[in-house]
Write a protein that binds this ligand. Structure first.
Ligand code: NAG
Ligand code: NAG
Ligand code: NAG
Ligand code: NAG
Length: 376
């Protein structure tokens, strides 16, 4: 009985002796690490007393990717996972002191995660975990290609935010038109402030609300106008950092409204020239075609003006500048009306003309008479 118990104790002792954690203690950091993007991070891992015949394995706990291997007195870069080539090093002079801290350079966003440092020495082993909790960053991306749209269409100006700060903790996102510093749309502390939108963009801009939790602060600009052409900037403030991205809104194509405006302007111009030429032609022929002349004369008064009236009406639709459109429309439609109104008083003009003609001929005959007398 006594012998059996003694044997069990010895067995337990052997079992405890072979346990990984016996013999030495591997220490790590006191808490999770926060590192700036592109910077360097020291992932601490050390033992109090220097060890002999040591092997150190640094791995990611999620993918089990080998970050760094130290074996037989040297580092083994060839065994490293490709993501960590030339980025993960030991402090060579520190190894002899039992300091197996890892220097991770050029930190990337994907480096966030938990790392395991496992130290082996003479059949014994221990490990510690090091967490890179956040890679501090605020990256804002717009679109490399310029955005173009037809007049009246809706466009999306993209802006996506990649940060260690979650989108609901972003302090401010402002969309600004850079040429002229026009506020297009403002988002602050989980809220969109449409009131601060410039009049030019009032009721025409919005965020994709469902996309904001994904860090997508793209802007929807509705019924684009020619004057919307320009450079737009998405400016983000979060956690004391700020970053921006620009989107260029390019040359806008002609919409059917624009084509209509152009058509009517062209029709007005060429119509006026054509009618005037025919009028001069018929008048010079001096035959009895007064009805044709009359028709031409009336057309010359009405047609170009009506064309311009329509052109301004369409222009008003596309540009939305109501005041100018109404003024110009009124002007063009009133001109023929006013001419007709003046028609009534044409006889006075005729009187003046006749008097002038009479006076001209009178002077000429007087002159002629005088000349004759002088010669005589
Ligand atoms: C290990 O070495 C690094 C780099 O020299 C140093 O920053 C760190 O403090 C050292 N750790 C210990 C425990 O000595
Ligand atoms: C936004 O809302 C979330 C919860 O919905 C909250 O945790 C966060 O603090 C808010 N952010 C700001 C800046 O108010
Ligand atoms: C953001 O959301 C808009 C609208 O749903 C979408 O068109 C765009 O592709 C999104 N951008 C990104 C980067 O996901
Ligand atoms: C936008 O970001 C660039 C760097 O990416 C910076 O040089 C520039 O000053 C920023 N513009 C504004 C208005 O903050």
């Amino acid at each position: 009985m006594y012998f059996k118990m003694h044997f069990q104790c010895v067995l337990m002792l052997i079992f405890v002796m072979s346990d990984d954690s016996l013999g030495f203690d591997v220490r790590g950091p006191s808490g999770p690490l926060v590192v700036p993007l592109g910077g360097s991070a020291i992932l601490p891992c050390y033992v109090e007393t220097p060890l002999e015949k040591v092997k150190v394995v640094w791995k990611r706990t999620d993918s089990e990717a080998l970050v760094h291997l130290y074996q037989d007195g040297e580092s083994r870069p060839e065994a490293q996972h490709k993501d960590y080539h030339h980025r993960a090093h030991f402090f060579t002079d520190q190894i002899q002191h039992g300091n197996f801290s890892l220097l991770l350079e050029n930190v990337r966003a994907e480096d966030e995660g938990v790392y395991r440092c496992k130290v082996y020495s003479q059949q014994l082993a221990d490990k510690t975990l090091v967490e890179i909790k956040h890679v501090e960053r605020l990256l804002v991306s717009g679109s490399d290609r310029s955005v173009s749209a037809y007049d009246g269409e809706d466009v999306t100006l993209s802006c996506s935010v990649d940060s260690h700060i979650t989108p609901e903790h972003i302090e401010e996102v402002s969309w600004i038109r850079t040429d002229g510093d026009i506020m297009v749309l403002l988002y602050q502390n989980n809220e969109t402030f449409s009131d601060s939108t410039d009049e030019q963009y009032r009721d025409r801009v919005e965020f994709f609300t469902a996309e904001i939790p994904k860090g997508n602060f793209s802007l929807r600009l509705k019924s684009v106008r020619t004057e919307d052409k320009g450079v737009y900037m998405c400016h983000v403030f979060a956690g004391g950092l700020s970053a921006n991205a620009t989107v260029v809104m390019e040359q806008l194509g002609f919409s059917s409204w624009h084509i209509a405006v152009l058509f009517f302007c062209f029709a007005a111009g060429s119509g006026a020239v054509l009618l005037l030429c025919s009028l001069i032609y018929y008048r010079s022929k001096n035959t009895d075609t007064s009805s044709i002349i009359w028709t031409l004369q009336v057309s010359l008064i009405f047609c170009p003006n009506i064309c311009m009236f329509l052109a301004f009406m369409f222009w008003g639709f596309t540009e939305g500048s109501l005041h100018e459109a109404v003024t110009c429309c009124a002007l063009y439609i009133l001109r023929p009306v006013m001419l007709m109104w003046a028609l009534h008083y044409l006889k006075y003009l005729q009187g003046i003309l006749e008097f002038k003609v009479f006076f001209f001929f009178f002077k000429r005959s007087v002159n002629a008479y005088c000349w004759q007398h002088v010669k005589a």
